[in-house]
Design a protein around this ligand. Structure first.
Ligand SMILES: NC(=O)c1ccc[n+]([C@@H]2O[C@H](COP(=O)([O-])OP(=O)(O)OC[C@H]3O[C@@H](n4cnc5c(N)ncnc54)[C@H](O)[C@@H]3O)[C@@H](O)[C@H]2O)c1
Length: 263
């Protein structure tokens, strides 16, 4: 196994919480240097302080950025390369659901906002990162996008989570095509691109579902394994895909969903 990241530089977006945070910790444990990228400045500041207790702080770069903004993505990559000298790995974990949009927002504003973060954000950050990875010359690059079971199916009608116009499944369906398109066209540059499609996972993103235990339990029971996943379980697959152990895997979409899509 070469699942060793000691000479690697990674950027993780959405690094302050949930799946991005789990990836950040696992990559640090395996020796990578990390740009900890998130929109939430105060969360990054306290996270970086905490990580500094367990890991060499020279391997941690806090980067405040909004992935939905082109300049912000370009600056994040520029800062990372200026600090660490290169970029090998990008994990696009920043994401929101319709539940994050302000109460009373118009449906079009909600749709645009979710698409801007989940889809456009993954594209913008990947585009900037790929330019930096190409400059690594012969060394390999890896990008991992986060889709969802909602890349393949939609919310069950009886759950009341969509009226047919929920942008979340729309954004996650498109992640698959973004992944395939980038994989084919970045392969000649030695850059692999894959996506991971989680089932429901216990993170800040799904916290509000716990206010409705009946719905939470119903959603959990739709996974043949009978529960939500943990951020760590998703991160382990992301980290594998980012590693040189996955050197012949590109353009793939891996479900990590407790069997949700198998039925
Ligand atoms: N939790 C789930 O059930 C689940 C299931 C399938 C897919 N996913 C996907 O996994 C990814 C991570 O989700 P999570 O559950 O860890 O969520 P989370 O809410 O715990 O973490 C998301 C992080 O993204 C950051 N973020 C939000 N908007 C941003 C922006 N514009 N720019 C930069 N950072 C931003 C947040 O500040 C937060 O730290 C998302 O793409 C999500 O859609 C989650």
């Amino acid at each position: 196994m070469t699942n060793n990241f000691e000479s690697k530089v990674a950027m993780v977006t959405g690094a302050a919480s949930g799946i991005g945070l789990a990836c950040t910790k696992q990559l640090l444990q395996k020796g990578a240097s990390i740009a900890v990228a998130d929109i939430d400045q105060s969360a990054i500041t306290s996270l970086v302080k905490k990580l500094g207790d367990s890991f060499d702080s020279d391997r941690i770069l806090p980067v405040q950025c909004d992935v939905s903004k082109r300049d912000s993505c370009e600056n994040a990559v520029t800062q990372t390369v200026a600090h660490f000298g290169k970029l090998d790995i990008l994990v696009n974990s920043a994401g929101i659901s319709q539940r994050h949009i302000r109460e009373g927002a118009d449906f079009e504003e909600s749709w645009d906002t979710v698409i801007a973060v989940n889809l456009k954000g993954s594209m913008l950050m990947s585009r900037s990162a790929a330019q930096a990875m190409k400059q690594n010359g012969a060394s390999s690059g890896a990008i991992v996008n986060i889709g969802s079971i909602m890349s393949f199916v939609v919310y069950n009608e009886s759950d009341g989570l969509s009226d047919g116009f929920n942008p979340y499944p729309h954004s996650k369906g498109a992640i698959l095509q973004l992944t395939r398109d980038m994989a084919v066209h970045l392969a000649p540059h030695g850059i692999r691109v894959n996506s991971v499609c989680p089932g429901f996972v216990d993170t800040q993103l799904t916290d509000s579902l716990k206010n409705n235990p009946d719905l939470y339990n119903k959603l959990a029971s739709r996974h043949p394994l009978g529960r939500f996943g943990t951020a760590d379980e998703i991160a382990k697959v992301i980290v594998f895909l980012a590693s040189d152990d996955a050197s012949f895997v590109t353009g793939a979409n891996w479900a990590v969903d407790g069997g949700y899509l198998a039925q």
